[in-house]
Design a protein around this ligand. Sequence first.
Ligand code: GTP
Length: 646
Amino acid sequence: MADDRSIGSAGSRPGRRPGRILTMTLLAAALAVLATWVVWVQQSEGYRRDLAAQFESKTGEIAVRIHERFLAYRLVLHGGRGLFEVMDTVDRRTWHEYVDSLKLGEDIPGVQGLGFTLWLEPAELERHIDALHTEGVDSYRVWPEGPRGGYSSIVMLEPLDWRNQRALGYDMYSEPVRREAMDRALRTGSAAMSGKTTLVQETTADVQAGVLIYTPVFVRGMPTASEAQRRRALHGWVYMPFRMTNLMQGMLGPHSEGVRLRVFDQDERPQSLLYDSHPGRVADEQPEFASVKHLTLAGRTWLVRLEALPGYASRFDVRGAELTAIGMVGLLFVMTTWFFALTRERARALAHTTASLLRSERRYSTLVNVAQEGIAATDAEFRLTFVNPNLAEILGRSEAELLGRPLDELWRGGEAEKREQILARLGRGQGRRYETDLVRGDGRLLTALVSDAPLTTGEGRLRGAIVVMLDITERKDVERRIAHLATHDVLTGIPNRLMFSQQLTHAVDQAKRYGHRFALLFVDLDRFKRVNDEFGHHAGDQLLREAVRRMQHAVRSSDMLGRRGGDEFVVLLPEIESGHDAEVVAEKIRLALERPFVIDGEEATISSSIGIALYPDHGTDEDALMRHADEAMYRAKGEGRNRVGY
Ligand SMILES: Nc1nc2c(ncn2[C@@H]2O[C@H](COP(=O)(O)OP(=O)(O)OP(=O)(O)O)[C@@H](O)[C@H]2O)c(=O)[nH]1
């Protein structure tokens, strides 16, 4: 029922406000971009801080590793010195075995060896050289040659490979850098690191910076408490030479990518450079990250400088990935906002549509309920499912009485469409407007103008009909009266000249088609004027009406009586066999009119003159027949009135 009440369109559907959705989505996008930017800035700062800290700690780590390694070397050095302290003599063989057991060369690249350099007073030099020649070291010499205040000579250096053999007999004390360290070791009685130098083991290829670390060895039993005592008791130095590049690479492993490590002795002048992980590279003016650590190793200060090479930071830069992740979250946020905005707008639109539908429903309900027309809805079987109050009133039946009843049951029948025809037509989507007669609840008939229209489902299947009815009974009556007036005589109610003429034409057509005969009588009252004159016009009217009544009695119902005007009448006798039949009817009329008329208590007498025309004897068209009958009537009048003639 609710469906059926929703007649007509629900009105215009509100727009979805794409502008609002766009605004919200753009706002969300702007927020996402802003959030991404803020996070990016914060990340960038944090990232720089982290990298700087990381870089600083990396430099410190390298410094610590170098320091620890040199502490270990110093222990080795002290081990060598210990050998001299516990043994009367340390010959080459003993030294070889000791150093061999240390496995210096294998485990620690860059450590060129462990050696002993003997201190010689000038007076001892000759004897010393002779002694070694005697031992079989024929090519032995102390070099560089020349008179000096004292000599040191490398007498043992293990492993004694080809490179170290080049160093035998070398007087390190003759070279200032080494001598400074040797003197310092003697002065402190402890290990001393030399400055930068070039080892005598170097050839022309792969020349590296070298450093040496010395510890003094004293003659057993001599006092060594003071510097002077130590100088007097000096026997020589146990020392270790280092090739810096090999040493550092062995110590630190292959250098880290993206960083440059340089180690300086004492200061950062180029001539102080001990090690460079990127030799030959021009120093960056302003490296992205740089860190310097100072390291004190056996009396010397080394500077460990670590610098970031271009592109270093980007290797650890995860901001791109983070930004992508944030961007994705932002995008998700934007899409979620868009989705919610869209859903919200849809919900609003739906609510709006629903409200609009309800308003529309109320509006149409009111319209339907107050409409002058009877309005009904039916189901697919043409059974009433809704009737408005006015339809119930038009049909003179209650709503309860009507609902569920097939609407066409109220049709009066006749030429109305059958239900199947109506449903078939509606099923084709065709509505129709037609007049039909209906039976009211009280039995009275009414004429209705009916308009029906199909109601279809979304798939186009008929689900019912809307029917609008207008009661046009009164209008039809008026129409009928007007039509009657146009074709009938007002005074007597019989067909007038117009209608009679049509009927006569029809009779001619029929007679021509079927070949039968018919008769036309022309009746004129005799001396009627006198009635008017004697009794008045009103009495004349009454007489005319009575005369008509008598003539109607004289003819059959299938005959037609008409008034030509005044006191002239015509009678159409469509079913006669012969002229005699017409004469009989004419005579009956004449006799009927001959009888006296009583009008308003007074008696009046008239008569009639009647002319007969037969089809086809006296004419085969209306004019000819009328003319003949008229002439026959006049002849009768001329022959004395109150008679019938052809
Ligand atoms: N009361 C009345 N008189 C009418 C009506 N129509 C015509 N008349 C009168 O009927 C009379 C007809 O007269 P006529 O046919 O000329 O003459 P008559 O007196 O019948 O004489 P004849 O036909 O020669 O016998 C006229 O006086 C008309 O005024 C009408 O509707 N009512």
